[in-house]
Design a protein around this ligand. Structure first.
Ligand code: UD1
Length: 352
């Protein structure tokens, strides 16, 4: 059997790592196509190096651009690549523009399509990720769901027959990196070596592209009672500059996007996480660090149970009371026990 994984953005590289390892272990042929959506070394290459992911077999080098152009260019290039590769399965990951381009390309050339991390819903159609995931799910022949909530969402849309609950590959990679850090710790980012700190990331358009909202988030982070390390996505830096918002403040330390081991070490060591990332909400949950999510909704409902994660729809509410709370409830394993990649590869194999 041969699988072609198509990835392009940072969260997809993280999910690719355990899939590539599971393919290797199962003796399954695996080729990797990188669309080039993320291209900075610290948004792409560092993940391949650190997580020992094989170098992509094909890199389309598409880069940034308006959504339509970016997605269209990927679709155009992917069509020929997939025809040439002719795999048994095309595997699409998550919910980015690279995901929807993969789905469209695969169905147009009549190749079987599987979607990893299927069934997530924010029910917010203004998010590009929501269209990407809904459309990809409906185009797919096999839906690899990370949780019961995702399975139920797919059943509600008439997609139950194509769904397999495999668990979440993010648990696989987060747990294995956390184990490796116990033996070989990564240095903490920013000036936070002694004492509690908050780890923050903000990158979503709804937070970065509205200047008043972005200012309010930065002021909220700067007003917290402990130092904050803000790992800044390039979009955040660019929009803050455009809007004349200073990111560096006395207790707010801005650093570049973090390599994965450094990020996981920092999440585990932080008193709390403040983010709008989907992946980070779950990494915080798996590692037992309270999280505050600066969004109106989340796809990861399980993290909200017992207050491990709280939503902060209005950034004016970002304060010590909400962010630096303690939580000690049992978390359970709603995302599985760390064998999701193996289960996903087995599901693909049994349907070849
Ligand atoms: C994309 C995904 C989002 C995911 C995020 C993780 C879509 C619609 N969104 O958002 O779901 O959470 O990746 O980071 O696909 N840029 C660089 N260097 C890079 C990549 C991007 O400077 O290597 C800058 C460019 O100015 C670019 C902007 O970041 O225009 C946005 O990048 P893009 O890939 O369009 O979307 P993300 O915001 O990263």
């Amino acid at each position: 059997m041969r699988i072609v994984s198509v990835v392009g953005a940072r969260p997809q590289f993280v999910k690719l790592a355990p899939i590539a390892a599971a393919c290797r272990q199962a003796g399954v042929g695996h080729r990797i196509v990188h669309t080039g959506q993320h291209y900075d070394a610290n948004m792409s290459e560092v993940f391949f190096d650190e997580l020992r992911i094989p170098t992509p077999d094909v890199n389309l080098g598409i880069g940034s651009g308006p959504h339509g152009r970016q997605t269209g260019q990927m679709l155009e290039r992917l069509e020929q690549v997939l025809v040439d590769e002719a795999p048994d399965w095309v595997l699409a990951y998550g919910d980015t523009n690279s995901t929807i381009a993969t789905a469209l390309a695969a169905v147009k050339v009549h190749l079987p399509l599987a979607h990893l991390e299927a069934g997530l819903r924010s029910f917010n159609r203004r998010m590009p990720e929501e269209h990407n995931r809904v459309l990809t799910d409906h185009a797919s022949d096999l839906l690899l769901a990370p949780s019961e909530v995702a399975v139920d969402n797919l059943a509600g849309e008439g997609l139950k027959e194509r769904t397999v609950h495999v668990g979440d590959v993010m648990v696989d990679i987060t747990s294995s990196v956390a184990r490796s850090l116990a033996e070989d710790p990564a240095p903490l980012p920013g000036p936070v070596d002694d004492g509690p700190f908050v780890l923050a990331t903000i990158h979503r358009a709804e937070n970065t592209d509205d200047a008043a909202r972005l200012r309010s988030i930065i002021e909220g982070l700067a007003s917290l009672g402990v130092p904050v390390v803000l790992a800044a996505h390039p979009r955040l830096r660019a929009r803050a500059l455009d809007a004349g918002i200073a990111l560096e403040r006395p207790r707010l330390h801005v650093v570049d996007p973090l390599p994965y081991r450094t990020m996981i070490g920092a999440v585990a060591a932080a008193a709390a996480v403040v983010t709008d990332s989907g992946g980070l909400q779950k990494e915080a949950y798996v590692l037992g660090t309270p999280c505050a999510t600066v969004r109106t909704e989340t796809e990861w409902l399980e993290t909200l149970v017992d207050g491990w994660n709280v939503l902060i729809p209005d950034p004016r509410d970002l304060d010590d009371g909400l962010v630096l709370r303690t939580v000690d409830a049992d978390r359970g394993t709603p995302y599985g026990g760390g064998c999701a990649a193996e289960a996903a590869v087995a599901a693909l194999r049994s349907r070849t």
